[in-house]
Design a protein around this ligand. Structure first.
Ligand SMILES: Nc1ncnc2c1ncn2[C@@H]1O[C@H](COP(=O)(O)OP(=O)(O)OP(=O)(O)O)[C@@H](O)[C@H]1O
Ligand SMILES: [Mg+2]
Length: 229
């Protein structure tokens, strides 16, 4: 399997959302929300984009406190975190005012029920003008909708969608190290529309080709396999 980053439709739409946020004038709030089912590439896309664009990427964790989140952000900004909560916020603000960077918070579902943290995210956005992008599960849009003061600041929303046939074709073509015929691909990957499923499928076919000394996978081999749902 090749280790490549594939530009799926979701990735292209993510790039579009980021460009829209960055291009907004100062008066318009610059919070974004990206959400969707598991395994569609939200995290991978965010990390890829953050690396290319010098953004701050922080993954929220279970039981994360306000202080813990700010410490992680400060650390990602390249500074050593202060001990006190008030100083931590100050550190973020002064750093971001001097050098604006996009802040991406992944797995935001861990933070949604914590009022204090939601307020901190809003403060970070309001006091620095830095775009703040939240990434979460399918339900996060509804859950965040309950926090009007935060939700009103979200000016760009993107749902990661299950892959189209064309997406699957590009992913298999780019990642598979063996040839798979068009018909075999359509049959075998018909019900697989998430990255983890597709990657497992490619690995299975690569293995099948290796153990049988085949250079190409055809319909014949695929039909012989029990297709996982
Ligand atoms: N654009 C991509 N190109 C190649 N591989 C990818 C890409 N996006 C995701 N993957 C692969 O798919 C796996 C799942 O993707 P990822 O963890 O980003 O999904 P997710 O939407 O964040 O899922 P979750 O909701 O469970 O957090 C990754 O570990 C990676 O191997
Ligand atoms: Mg993820």
């Amino acid at each position: 399997m090749r280790k490549l980053f594939v530009k799926t439709h979701n990735v292209k739409r993510f790039i579009g959302l980021m460009n829209n946020l960055i291009d907004k004038s100062n008066e318009v709030p610059k919070m974004g929300l990206v959400y969707g089912d598991p395994g569609l590439g939200k995290t991978q896309t965010a990390v890829w984009w953050a690396t290319k664009n010098e953004a701050v990427y922080v993954r929220a964790q279970n039981k994360m406190t306000n202080k813990w989140l700010l410490e992680k952000i400060v650390y990602e900004l390249g500074e050593s975190p202060s001990r006190k909560m008030a100083d931590l916020i100050e550190q973020c603000i002064s750093h971001l005012r001097l050098k604006p960077q996009v802040i991406i918070i992944d797995e935001v579902d861990y933070l949604i029920n914590r009022m204090k943290i939601v307020e901190t995210l809003r403060d970070l956005h309001d006091l620095t003008g830095a775009p703040v992008v939240l990434i979460g599960m399918q339900e996060s849009k509804t859950k965040l909708g309950k926090y009007r003061h935060l939700y009103d600041r979200i000016s760009e929303i993107l749902e990661f969608k299950p892959f189209s046939k064309e997406d699957v074709e590009v992913i298999v073509e780019e990642l598979s190290e063996i040839k798979i015929s068009d018909e075999a691909r359509e049959i075998f990957f018909e019900k697989k529309n998430r990255f983890r499923q597709i990657i497992k499928g490619i690995a299975l076919l690569e293995n099948l080709a290796k153990t049988n000394g085949l250079l190409k996978i055809d319909t014949k081999q695929v039909k012989g396999l029990t297709i996982e749902k």
